[in-house]
Ligand binder design. Structure first.
Ligand code: SAM
Length: 232
């Protein structure tokens, strides 16, 4: 999806977008933030592709300074309104790729959740470099990506023919979206200059996949990969 397409979703973001920090069901994101050991004083958060600001709303109070980066102007406008009560926030209507030049390597924690989705490997490389560029050495990055393993599980549940998904590209309503295997996420993080600390599943409700959860389905919900790594 491009910037214009994201802008069109601003008004219905909660309904149409999986906003993982609001929707995950096992409180994993908080545990990963805890594991990042944010300094008690003066901690800096950079949220790359912050959407309507859900992570900042939930976890912003743990930081002295917060930078929200989002390229869709109608979406960042909603983030600003929703986060009006959070202090110390600076907003950049900008691409993740170029944010490093504006912000510099300052983040104790960089988050980038469900933003690295573009089909082009070169464009994903630029997003990873953006994440790296704003994270200070020894700081952490928390990245959430769509899981290819979960996609295969969902297909099975839906009784669909197993698709091959070349290069992890999955068709979502006519738009190709990159899905990562667990190993691929670890490799990309390492390539961006990080040492992996923790990688796991951030579960979200079946309703996001358009399914009514039966008791059986409830036991095995779909998930995104969530990973925490330290900048070398
Ligand atoms: C799936 S939403 C996730 C939002 C938020 N991180 C969350 O987890 O709720 C992806 C967001 O990233 C933004 N985005 C996508 N590519 C971007 C880029 N290259 N630079 C800045 N923002 C981007 C979109 O506009 C959208 O708001």
């Amino acid at each position: 999806m491009n910037r214009a397409e994201w802008n069109k979703l601003a008004g219905t973001f909660e309904k149409n977008v999986c906003d993982i920090s609001r929707e995950e069901t096992a409180d994993q994101i908080r545990r990963y933030v805890d594991a990042a050991k944010i300094p008690k004083r003066g901690g800096v958060l950079v949220d790359m592709g912050c959407g309507i600001g859900s992570f900042i709303l939930q976890h912003g109070h743990r930081f002295a300074e917060i930078v929200g980066v989002e390229y869709a102007s109608s979406i960042i406008a909603r983030a600003k309104r929703r986060c009006a009560g959070v202090s110390g926030v600076t907003w950049h209507t900008a691409g993740v790729e170029a944010a490093g030049k504006r912000i510099g390597p300052r983040a104790d924690l960089t988050v980038c959740m469900n933003v690295i989705t573009v089909p082009s490997a070169a464009k994903r490389g630029a997003l990873w470099r953006g994440v790296s560029a704003v994270t200070k050495r020894g700081g952490h990055a928390l990245v959430v990506v769509a899981s290819l393993e979960a996609e295969r599980m969902i297909q099975k549940v839906l009784g669909e023919e197993p698709a091959t998904h070349p290069n992890g590209l999955v068709d979502h309503d006519g738009a190709l979206q990159k899905h990562f295997t667990r190993d691929e996420l670890a490799d990309d993080f390492a390539h961006a200059g990080f040492a992996m600390k923790k990688i796991g599943k951030a579960f979200y409700p079946w309703s996001k996949e358009g399914l009514r959860p039966t008791p059986k389905l409830r036991k095995s919900p779909p998930w995104d990969w969530v990973a925490l790594a330290q900048r070398l």
